[in-house]
Write a new protein. Structure first.
Ligand code: GNR
Ligand code: NI
Length: 197
């Protein structure tokens, strides 16, 4: 069961912290060069912009719905991402500013991944099973998370976005090309459908 993409989830789990007045941001779809760029660290002068951006990133992620969203996915080349796995329907929002991976396990794990920038495309991705990430939270406090399971995959997936890396870069070229072709075909079909109405 891919509960992260269950379309019914939006109504069932939408956290009350996301009110209807918050406007969603536009999610970039691959191929887009912003998704392939290296994002720059958030600096002190970004403070106000980032404060306004965070609720909009959460709203965009929860509505999509997704379990993570990195700033480059909404066209901003900043080292910032939001995550919420909402395990057992319980909101557990994480804001990561300037995240750094400080440790990865030798042990590997496979998870089926999807990406809001590659809608409806999924593949099994092998990554280190455990990760330790250091970052600043929304109030500028230093935080560290050690994760396993889906959270580990998600944190690594989000930090990849900050370096212009997509989950398809971790699979075979054959599968990657299949997904990229299918995505552009799906997107072309969507544009044609929209035109016809
Ligand atoms: O919604 C998402 N699901 C997901 C599933 C497995 C591993 C990573 C993810 S993140 C993804 C949302 C997204 O595109 N984040 O960048
Ligand atoms: Ni993604």
């Amino acid at each position: 069961m891919r509960e992260d993409i269950d379309p019914g989830r939006r109504e069932r789990y939408m956290p009350s912290m996301i009110d209807d007045k918050i406007k969603s941001l536009n999610i970039l779809i691959a191929p887009d060069k912003v998704l392939r760029a290296h994002a720059r660290p958030v600096a002190a002068h970004d403070n106000q912009a980032v404060r306004e951006l965070i609720p909009r990133m959460f709203a965009t992620m929860y509505r999509a719905p997704g379990i993570g969203l990195a700033a480059p996915q909404v066209g901003l080349g900043l080292r910032l991402a939001v995550v919420d796995l909402m395990t057992n329907d319980k909101p557990a929002p994480i804001v990561m500013i300037n995240p750094e991976i400080v440790a990865l396990s030798k042990e590997l794990a496979t998870h089926e991944e999807g990406c809001l920038s590659l809608p409806d495309q999924y593949a099994d991705v092998i990554r280190p099973a455990l990760v330790k990430v250091r970052f600043l939270d929304q109030s500028g406090a230093r935080k560290e998370i050690e994760a396993d399971g889906l959270l580990s995959a998600c944190l690594q997936h989000e930090i990849d976005h900050l370096d212009g890396v997509l989950f398809v870069d971790h699979i075979s070229a054959l599968k990657r090309n299949m997904i990229m072709r299918r995505l552009s075909k799906d997107m072309r079909q969507k544009r044609e459908d929209a035109l016809v109405g």
